[in-house]
Design a protein around this ligand. Structure first.
Ligand code: PEP
Ligand code: MG
Length: 576
């Protein structure tokens, strides 16, 4: 039995046997070829190595001399792509064994990898990672955008992995996957968000769990405490079975409160809307008490390639219909960084979180943006929708995006297509540069939504998916609270709505603080709605304001964290 500590990202307890998912495993569907395909497979392989070498050359060229070590590593990769030994070995597999190009690459590089891994010298053993990298690059090129198949399991399992992309998390069959335990990541990584959306207990940042457990091991995932217990003994197992039952009871009790209003003791109502990734989540979100959808992350619509306008429209209509008159906030494509980076950006970036993501990508590829905007405007005849622009960091970007939206509207009018006379356009406040000049943009938008996941990441210079700096990811940092306060003040002055859609508002400890800062609209993971509502119903805005004032005046996040957890554990004794 071993207990491993990580970061809790999705509440609940699960107990099941382990299935290890190798995130790097790109599934190869066609392993064998017929004789008449030999020539074309050889050509495919040669093309892939040439393309990979070109990409690597471009990457090397973009690095300055101060990054000599990185350059050297990439040069080795590039040389490897041209290595006659590699070509000889792969061609032999294609020509003699009739393996497909992709399968030959994976077999040959798999053998190289095994040999390097066994080497005594640490330096040479490290090169095994390089081989993996080269294999991955080639396979990605050879397999194109082919998707991994949806996994089907016969019995309940917990998935253990070094990393999980959001699309992998989404593609895991919901019914039988009862937990996630992942080596890397933090509270607001998109994998964590997906786990919460799927209502599956999850712990991330477990560092080496994927190497420590084997398929078939029994695992307890404690999504409250952020602990994972490998092969628990009888006593521990029965204690967790009791805890699992207890947590189920807590959620059942909360369900009875679902129709109650989210109103404070002194009569202030807080609107609780849902963050969703797929329209299919709406019915559950409404069951959990959501008033509408405050953040629809449309990226997941692009999972199988760029959707055309009709596909956008069909999906948005489904969402609008499911909401039956409640509001839908459609966030335009926020791809890049940890969400579908390879598929959209098309080139590697040294720092994707600061790179060509989100609105930047949309403005660079307007055809990508226009189709989505056309559908968002068209769907407005079926119910109330708003358009939300992510990652706005400058006024120019906002104006540019708004110009495109206005242009699309004119185009639709010319085509005689019906739309609602007004579709509000707002922005996410998630980059510090825009939060700091918020008064200058307040007159140019219809609403603000504070995206604390990224706002914290960019303000504190802490990668939201890096477990090594997770302790520095501090939503209650006084600097963040000041930014939030300023954004609220500017929106009140301009008379526009301000909401919060970052994960911070789904964490019980921060609810009182955010209300005290002046927020009245929360958009959060549907599963968290009943818990947050229970807090709201037990407090007054006066006491929330006092708490917020104390936190704003504290020097460090840790002081506020102590105060906030103490308050929250009194309000939710069953939860903590
Ligand atoms: C945020 O950054 O707070 C946010 C809600 O957007 P996402 O998590 O999709 O980046
Ligand atoms: Mg964001």
């Amino acid at each position: 039995m071993e207990t491993i500590k990580g970061i809790p990202v999705s509440p609940g307890i699960s107990i099941a046997s382990v299935v290890i998912l190798r995130a790097d495993d790109l599934r190869i569907h066609h392993r064998f070829i017929s004789k008449d395909k030999i020539e074309s497979e050889v050509r495919r392989f040669e093309r892939a190595t040439r393309r990979a070498a070109r990409d690597l050359d471009a990457q090397i060229g973009s690095l300055g001399d101060e990054l000599m070590i990185a350059k050297q590593v990439l040069q080795t990769h590039r040389d490897m792509m041209k290595d006659p030994g590699l070509h000889r070995d792969v061609l032999a597999r294609i020509e003699e064994d009739l393996y497909s190009a992709a399968y030959s690459v994976s077999v040959v590089l798999g053998e190289y990898h095994g040999r390097f891994e066994k080497m005594e010298s640490e330096y040479l053993a490290e090169r095994a990672h390089d081989i993996k990298d080269i294999e991955r690059k080639l396979l990605l090129l050879l397999l194109g955008k082919r998707r991994e198949k949806r996994q089907i399991f016969d019995e309940d399992v917990v998935i253990v992995s070094h990393n999980l992309t959001p699309s992998q998390t989404a593609s895991l069959a919901k019914e039988k996957v009862v937990g996630f335990a992942v080596d890397v990541g933090g509270r607001t990584s998109h994998t964590a968000i997906m786990a919460r959306a799927l209502q599956v207990p999850a712990v991330v940042g477990l560092k080496e769990i994927s190497r420590k457990v084997a398929n078939g091991d029994t695992l307890v995932i404690d999504g409250y405490a952020g602990e994972v217990i490998v092969n628990p003994d009888g006593k521990v197992l029965s204690a967790y079975r009791r805890k699992a039952k207890y947590s189920e009871r807590f959620f059942n009790e909360l369900q009875e409160e679902i129709s109650w209003p989210a109103e404070t003791l002194d009569g202030y109502e807080i609107t609780l809307s849902a963050n969703i990734e797929l329209p299919e989540e709406i019915s559950t979100a409404l069951e959990w008490g959501a008033r509408g959808v405050g953040l629809y992350r449309t990226e997941f619509l692009y999972e199988s390639g760029v959707p055309d306008e009709e596909m956008h429209l069909k999906t948005y209509r489904k969402a609008v219909k499911a909401l039956r008159g409640r509001e839908l906030v459609i966030r335009t494509l926020d791809a890049g960084a940890d969400k579908f980076h390879e598929e959209f950006v098309g080139f590697e970036e040294p720092n994707p979180f600061l790179g060509c993501r989100s609105i930047r990508l949309c403005l660079q590829k307007p055809e990508l943006f226009r189709g989505q905007v056309r559908a968002a405007l068209r769907v407005s005849v079926y119910g109330p929708v708003k358009i939300m622009l992510p990652m706005i960091s400058t006024v120019e970007e906002l104006r540019h995006a708004k110009e495109i939206i206005a242009d699309v509207r004119e185009e639709l009018t010319r085509e005689g297509i019906e739309m609602a006379p007004r579709v509000p356009v707002g922005i996410m406040v998630e980059v510090p540069s825009i939060a700091l000049i918020i008064d200058r943009v307040a007159d140019e938008v219809d609403f603000f939504s504070i995206g604390t996941n990224d706002l914290v990441q960019y303000s504190l210079a802490v990668d939201r998916v890096n477990e090594h700096v997770a302790h520095l990811y501090q939503p209650a940092h006084p600097g963040i609270l000041r930014l939030i306060k300023e954004v609220i003040a500017a929106s009140n002055r301009a008379g526009i709505q301000v909401s919060i859609c970052g994960e911070m508002c789904s964490e019980p400890a921060y609810v009182l603080l955010l209300m005290g800062l002046g927020l009245r609209h929360f958009s959060l993971s549907p599963i968290a709605i009943p818990t947050v509502k229970r807090i709201i119903r037990q407090v007054t805005i006066t006491e929330a304001s006092e708490v917020a004032e104390q936190c704003l005046n504290s020097e460090q996040a840790s002081e506020s964290e102590v105060l906030l957890s103490r308050r929250a554990s009194k309000l939710l004794p069953d939860f903590f």
